[in-house]
Ligand binder design. Sequence first.
Ligand SMILES: NC(=O)c1ccc[n+]([C@@H]2O[C@H](COP(=O)([O-])OP(=O)(O)OC[C@H]3O[C@@H](n4cnc5c(N)ncnc54)[C@H](OP(=O)(O)O)[C@@H]3O)[C@@H](O)[C@H]2O)c1
Length: 273
Amino acid sequence: MTDLSARTVAFYGVGAMGSALLAALVGGDHPADQVVAVDAHPPALDRLREAYAVRTTSDLAEAARAADVHVVAVKPGDVPGLLATLAEHLGGDDLVVSVAAGVTSQALEEALPDDVAVVRVMPNTPALVGQGMAVVSPGSRCSEEQLELAQRVLAPSGQVLALPEKHLDAVTGVSGSGPAYAFYLAEAMTEGGVLQGLPREVAATLAAQTLLGAATMLVEGEDSPSVLRERVSSPGGTTMAALAELDERAVRAAVVAAVRRATERSAELGRAR
Ligand SMILES: NC(=O)c1ccc[n+]([C@@H]2O[C@H](COP(=O)([O-])OP(=O)(O)OC[C@H]3O[C@@H](n4cnc5c(N)ncnc54)[C@H](OP(=O)(O)O)[C@@H]3O)[C@@H](O)[C@H]2O)c1
C-alpha cells in the first residue's frame, strides 16, 4: 500500500494549492501518466498538461475511476458538492487526502462510503516553492500504511509531520497562517531600512535574504532560536539595542497572541462549516 509509484493520484481542484502539490509530486519523480488533474477551468488543465504531461479531465467520475489516491484541493465550500459526486465512484482501497481548511475528517468520512479512508492535511503556501510545511492527521478508518501513503504524496512539496487532528487549529495558527507573519516581518524590516535611507529595493532584498538565511540556520542546524539569537547579541551592541526595543514594545507577546487568535479563528471557521 505504501508504494506510491504504483498508484495513480488525482488532484481535484488545481488552483494555487492543488497545482503546487501536483507540480512537486511530478518533479519528485512520480510518473506523470499516473497523475490526473481535475478542474472546472479548462485553461488551468491545459497549462498543467503542457508543463508536466499529466493526464487532465473535467469529468470527476473518470478521474475517480482512474485513481487510487484522491487529493481534494477545492475551496472548503466546494467540498460537499465534490464529495457527493466522488462518493458514487469510490470504495475499497481508495484514499482521500483533503487539504480543505476547516473540513474535519469526520465530515469527510460521513460524505464518503464506509470503506474509504481519509487523511486531513494542513499545508501552507511555501509548498509553491517546494518548502511547504504540511501536517497530516488520519481519519478514524485510516491505516498506518494509508497515512504513510498520504505523507509520500505531500513529501515532494516540503516537510511533512503527522499529528492527531485535535492539533490542527494550533497548526493553522503556527504554520498555516505563519507565512503571513514572516511576510509582515519582511515588510516591517524593509520599511525600517527605507526610513534609515536605504533604497526600497535594496532594503527588501536585505530583509528577504536575511529571513531565508536565518530560517536555513534554524532548519539545518541543531541550535534553538534562543541560542542562535544570543550568539548574535553582543553586550552593548546593535542587536541588543534592537531586541530591547522589541521587548519594550511587547512584540513577543503580540506574536504569541496572534498565534492564539489564528488558532481560535480556525476553530470558529471549522465549527461554521
Ligand atoms: N492557498 C493556501 O495557502 C492554502 C493553505 C492551506 C489550505 N488550503 C486549502 O487548499 C484548498 C484550495 O485552495 P486554493 O487557494 O488552491 O483554491 P483555488 O485557487 O480557488 O483552487 C480551487 C480550484 O478548484 C476548482 N473547483 C471547484 N470546485 C470544483 C469541482 N467540483 N471539481 C473540479 N474543480 C473544482 C476551482 O474552480 P472555480 O474557481 O471555478 O471554483 C479552482 O480552480 C482550499 O480548500 C484551502 O482551504 C490552501
